[in-house]
Design a protein around this ligand. Sequence first.
Ligand SMILES: Cc1cc2nc3c(=O)[nH]c(=O)nc-3n(C[C@H](O)[C@H](O)[C@H](O)COP(=O)(O)OP(=O)(O)OC[C@H]3O[C@@H](n4cnc5c(N)ncnc54)[C@H](O)[C@@H]3O)c2cc1C
Ligand code: SF4
Length: 341
Amino acid sequence: MNPFLYTQPADLDGVLAEIALQDARPVAGGTNLLDLMKAGVPPADLAAPQRLVDITRIAGLDGIEEDGGGLRLGALARNADTAYHPLVRERYPLLSSAILAGASAQLRNMATNGGNLMQRTRCIYFYDTGTPCNKREPGSGCPAREGLNRQLAILGASEHCIATHPSDMCVALRALDATVHVRARDGQRSIPFADFHRLPGEHPERDNTLEPGELITHLSLPDADRFAAHSAYLKVRERLSYAFALVSVAAALDIQGGSIRAARIALGGVAHKPWRVEAAEALLAGRAPDAGAFAEAAELLLQGARGYGENDFKLPLARNAIVQALGMAARGTAYAKGERA
Ligand SMILES: Cc1cc2nc3c(=O)[nH]c(=O)nc-3n(C[C@H](O)[C@H](O)[C@H](O)COP(=O)(O)OP(=O)(O)OC[C@H]3O[C@@H](n4cnc5c(N)ncnc54)[C@H](O)[C@@H]3O)c2cc1C
Ligand code: SF4
């Protein structure tokens, strides 16, 4: 492990000044960044961070509160506190389920919402510094295309990288149309969730559109009450806990009088970012919530999908998981049945 400087600024201005330094990186729960540092995996534009800026002392960034009919989630709120918050459980059960499908109870107690968005791929070549990897070392190659790719992408990949984004929480945030709010020393901006994570293209070293020196301060979610009664997060993985998604589906339906008024569907474990195809959602509008309609939506969501050998099984798996998750959503959540814990 390389030596590094550790600082703990007391407020937001102090953090923003320090993370503007070229060799600095923010650290929150540390559950991904410290693993990467121990494995010797550097951030895209740094040989190794020389300065870790602990952001957990900033006041006011760990709240979860109502916000004009929607919800505001602080970047420093822990994943567990977010999943179990009464507002999240009642009004955004899809988000609660997705977070609770991830990692383990111990990790969720440490992991923060901002850190969850920024976590890096779990492609094994990315962590193995003895192998080439375009994401770790641009231009060195992508052994995963011909190699061990069981976990990797079937959609939106490029010749340079077929990695997936490993988050569960982000799949629900994509379905729920979240917005990411960021601050830097010279200003602030808001990024629609669809534009936050990137496809790999020619620059797989860049996971997202956050610029150096920017800090995620909070996320906002629009009102999603109409979806609360009919939503489901289905995660298919190698074992029941402590495993990343092979395929996951966040599904939410607004059902009135026996027909679908609106649908939201996002996929995890299949691409470099949570995958959503709005045409598949439009196709469901006005239809009865049945397996035939769900299968048609699955075809649209998976248009252009391809496997790379080991991960070919993900094509039928994803198709079946989409139909299954939409069926679970249609049958209703605990919220719909008045079974609130
Ligand atoms: C064994 C294991 C199993 C796991 N399983 C799952 C799983 O099944 N599903 C799942 O979704 N996740 C899983 N995770 C990942 C876990 O959810 C992430 O490690 C965690 O969410 C990261 O949050 P953190 O606060 O610890 O981030 P850190 O490790 O502190 O930081 C991660 C990155 O985010 C940056 N960062 C942190 N906060 C901010 C901010 N506010 N603004 C800008 N940048 C920031 C850091 O600089 C760093 O680059 C697993 C992790 C482990 C170790
Ligand atoms: S898929 Fe991406 S992360 Fe994995 S080896 Fe290829 S370039 Fe690296």
